[in-house]
Design a protein around this ligand. Structure first.
Ligand SMILES: [Zn+2]
Length: 233
């Protein structure tokens, strides 16, 4: 994404070969006396297989040096690092990770300026998200699962059959009886003709749909009255 936007250049296969150059001259190199036999093996493998190492950086293959010196590739690597550390040569190991070039100046986080257009765009996007969440919560006609899938542009889906919308729309053979029972339960609760907290109705544990319909019916018929949070006959 960053690359297509032109922010960086990303190379997975850069010139990843190892490079090195001797920092000491040939004569000085022969006068070194604090080198181990393994180090000498690596140095002589380098000198026998590559030319120009004293004048410039040359590409070297750790695998080849390993083969010629009879040491493992890891030993070769560690020896080259050590020789580099002691300034006998300068070794640039092969890169194993992808390579990223910033095409623009790197700016400290605190100096980053977000243009108004980008800010507006983000705000618009955020409003869209919030609206989508609100629609999901308030749309009681379309299966929740389908609403979710539709948000992600999947239109060929079927009702899930288990969400609240689906359950509400399923034909219920007991609906008539549940409606009657709910009506009676509400009337019984309010039989004392005193105001009750509307929360008490939830203690009746009636099926949600039947309760809603019964309450609506009783209010329309003016058999029950709701005043704020109070309900009474
Ligand atoms: Zn559903």
């Amino acid at each position: 994404i960053l690359q297509s936007a032109g922010y960086i250049e990303y190379e997975t296969d850069p010139d990843a070969r190892a490079r090195l150059k001797f920092l000491l001259g040939r004569d000085e190199l022969y006068k070194l006396y604090e080198t181990t036999p393994n180090e000498e093996a690596v140095i002589s493998a380098l000198l026998r297989n590559y030319s120009g190492l004293f004048s410039d950086y040359r590409y070297v293959e750790e695998a080849l040096i390993s083969q010629v010196s009879g040491l493992s590739q890891n030993e070769v690597y560690l020896i080259l690092k050590s020789l580099s550390h002691r300034r006998i040569l300068h070794f640039i190991p092969q890169r194993k990770t992808p390579f990223i070039t910033y095409t623009q100046d790197r700016i400290d986080g605190c100096d980053v300026v977000i243009p108004a257009s980008v800010y507006d765009q983000r705000k618009e996007q955020f409003i869209k998200h919030v609206n989508a969440i609100e629609a999901y919560a308030t749309n009681n006609h379309v299966c929740r699962s389908r609403q979710l899938l539709r948000y992600f542009d999947e239109t060929k889906s079927e009702d899930c059959g288990i969400c609240d919308v689906c359950v509400d729309h399923q034909p219920n053979p007991n609906a008539e009886q549940e409606f009657k029972d709910a009506k009676q339960a509400i009337l019984d609760l309010l039989a004392d003709h005193k105001p009750h907290d509307i929360k008490e109705t939830s203690e009746l544990l009636l099926p949600r749909k039947a309760f809603k319909e019964a309450l609506k019916y009783l209010c329309n018929e003016e058999l029950v009255h709701i005043d704020g949070l109070l309900i009474y006959r």
